[in-house]
Design a protein around this ligand. Structure first.
Ligand code: SF4
Length: 405
């Protein structure tokens, strides 16, 4: 079993750096951080970058993934969403088991290690033909089908990470043996955004109480979990900070949050929020820095590089240490207008900014040697894949070259 690299030593938000004097930002300090400008913003970003350096060094990670839009049917209607479709609508699509298998094989041949299974929330509640199809396929609900899709991907050489929206404890227990990690964006803890005229008015699954319960249950089940916040959807700074504090709170109790994504809203012509303002780079950088300073040096803080292609160096210098999944095969179905960066170009941009781009798995390295966080059936596969990545370290193959894998 290869040893944990130095950039992945952190295991919790309270265990590594307290000795070095780090204390999390208080709520009022975090809110003030979101208003920083000029030299105060430079100072904030420098503090966040230095805290990141203490926990992660100058290594920034990514996962080679393929994005599987298992179904784009969804019972919610978030005002910023371009992914969802109604049954019968143009572009409505559910991947068949054969498609999952074929795509997995192609992705594996292209060097992907992660299958990101992404889909709408409980579509069977509003889509009768889809519900009938699930029954024909022998599945009681969508989560049951996601478990099968995960198994198919796993059998074809990928490590699944499913993101199927709100999950009950039973759902997560079903998915755990066939997923190396699970995910669900908390997005926001704002109840206000569920009111009329706001982003989550038509989205029953965006109830923050329900979503926090998912994070809580994932912790109880010892599932390495990906979550994060979505900024620019109408939340105010207090609500944004409260979202990060809530993630920190659940992680402090269970130690299972493997990464926190800071995702910026992108306007698209076809959505109800088409004319809403997008967060600019400064807003995103302030939020990244605040997140780092609240959650500490050991947390993995991620920004999707395809949503801020011109701000890579600026965001690196604001405290991120991860870019998430990057696919050589499939587009970002949630933001189809934003292509993934070319891996070689991203590696070069990192190098020019003084960082080193390195591959990771869909399970972060700090969780690999913790048996309680991984189903025994997955251990050998995970260790093999991780050993392959580790064996490439300090060789030219470790740094992505000009061609994607
Ligand atoms: S963001 Fe997710 S939950 Fe909301 S409408 Fe889109 S697919 Fe459904």
């Amino acid at each position: 079993m290869p040893s944990t690299p130095s950039w992945a030593v952190g295991r919790g938000i309270m265990d590594v750096e307290t000795a070095r004097g780090w204390r999390p930002l208080e709520r009022d300090e975090a809110i003030a951080a979101l208003e920083a400008d000029g030299p105060a913003l430079d100072g904030l970003r420098a503090r966040a970058a230095s805290l990141r350096d203490a926990g992660k060094g100058r290594t920034v990670t990514y996962s080679k993934k393929a994005f599987f839009p298992v179904t784009n049917l969804c019972r919610d209607r978030c005002a910023y969403c371009t992914f969802r479709r109604d049954e019968g609508e143009d572009g409505a699509w559910t991947m068949t088991p054969d498609e999952i298998s074929d795509w997995s094989e192609r992705a594996q041949r292209l060097g992907c290690r992660e299958a990101l299974l992404c889909l709408g929330d409980r579509p069977e509640d509003v889509s009768p033909a889809y519900r009938a199809w699930l029954t024909e396929q022998g599945h009681r609900d969508t989560i049951d089908y996601v478990a099968r899709a995960s198994r198919l991907s796993l059998e074809r050489g990928l490590l699944p990470h499913s993101n199927p929206g709100v999950m009950s404890a039973e759902d997560m227990a079903l998915l755990r043996p066939v997923n190396v990690s699970l995910g669900m964006m908390l997005e926001t803890t704002s109840e206000r955004l569920r009111g009329k005229g706001h982003a989550h008015y038509y989205a029953p699954d965006k109830d923050p109480t329900v979503r926090l319960e998912v994070l809580e249950n994932a912790g109880k089940l010892k599932i390495p979990f990906t979550t994060g916040l979505l900024i620019g959807i109408g939340e105010n700074f207090e609500e944004r900070v409260d979202t990060v504090l809530a993630i920190g709170d659940v992680h402090r109790r269970y130690g299972h949050i493997q990464e926190v994504i800071v995702q910026n809203f992108r306007a698209k012509p076809e959505i109800p929020m088409a004319t809403s303002e997008e967060p600019d780079e400064l807003d995103l950088a302030r939020t990244v820095a605040m997140t780092r300073l609240v959650l500490g040096p050991a947390m993995n803080v991620q920004v999707p590089p395809n949503l801020s292609p011109d701000a890579i160096a600026y965001l690196l210098d604001s405290g991120i240490n991860d870019f998430g999944g990057i696919s050589p095969l499939t587009p970002d179905y949630v933001n189809p207008e934003a292509p993934w960066p070319h891996l070689g170009a991203l590696a070069r941009a990192c190098e020019q900014a003084g960082y080193q781009l390195r591959e990771r798995l869909a399970l972060y390295p700090e969780f690999i040697d913790r048996p309680e966080f991984l189903d025994p059936a997955l251990r050998e596969r995970v260790e093999q894949e991780w050993a392959t990545i580790r064996s490439m370290e300090d060789t030219p193959e470790a740094t992505p070259q000009e061609t994607n894998p």
